[in-house]
Design a protein. Structure first.
Length: 214
């Protein structure tokens, strides 16, 4: 347990520039508390004390805002940055050196039996608000963009973006999907609508001016 705690604190210090000391990480970071309490809940779950395990899990959820089912399997050095709103399902599996941001969901679609939640490989980053839903694998060293909704397998060394998510990069190379998407010169629908309304107002003013001249 102490080895896990030491590793976890060091992982937070390495990934979070705001972490000033090991003591601060240990006492103040909700992600550390959630992961360490999950270790206890998971031990209870695997030893048949499922009611107690759920009790530890729910208490942790109330204190940290992070809900990890005691049946989930978590590797070493998991970092949950900020953490509020993170949900990890019962059959989810998380590898080593994974980074999750706030409001990430590792869930199911409600259609599967048995293995219902994703398997996350090693050294994976999942951005804030992303949803990974289903019993598939996210490969090692992959990146899931913020607010992406991932519904199918992600190969290793890939970047997934969008709703539903598509693979934009594999091993640093842009895919056909990425070449079709222009994320820079995207028109603003609000601006377009305001321009259309302004043009309509000008037309009405001109029509009203002509009526007054009569």
């Amino acid at each position: 347990m102490f080895d896990y705690l030491r590793e976890t604190i060091r992982a937070y210090q390495a990934r979070d520039p705001a972490a000033r000391s090991a003591l601060e990480v240990w006492l103040m970071y909700p992600g550390v508390k959630a992961v360490m309490r999950h270790r206890r809940a998971h031990w209870l779950w695997t030893h048949g004390m499922k009611f107690l395990a759920r009790g530890v899990s729910q208490r942790t959820r109330k204190k940290t805002g992070i809900e990890i089912h005691p049946g989930a399997t978590i590797g070493r050095r998991l970092v949950i940055d900020h953490g509020m709103g993170v949900v990890i399902g019962e059959t989810a599996e998380i590898g080593d050196d994974v980074l999750l941001y706030q409001c990430v969901t590792l869930g199911g679609t409600g259609k599967e039996q048995g293995k219902r939640h994703p398997t996350i490989g090693n050294n994976v980053l999942i951005g804030s608000g992303a949803k990974v839903l289903g019993p598939f694998k996210v490969g090692d060293n992959s990146r899931i963009a913020s607010n992406a909704v991932v519904l199918s397998e992600v190969p290793p060394n890939s970047t997934a973006v969008g709703v539903p998510a598509h693979i934009a990069r594999i091993a640093g190379e842009r895919t056909d999907f990425a070449s079709r998407v222009d994320q820079i010169s995207v028109s603003d629908p609000v601006t377009q609508e305001l321009c259309a309304l302004r043009g309509r107002v000008i037309e009405l003013e001109q029509a009203l001016a002509k009526e007054k001249e009569k």
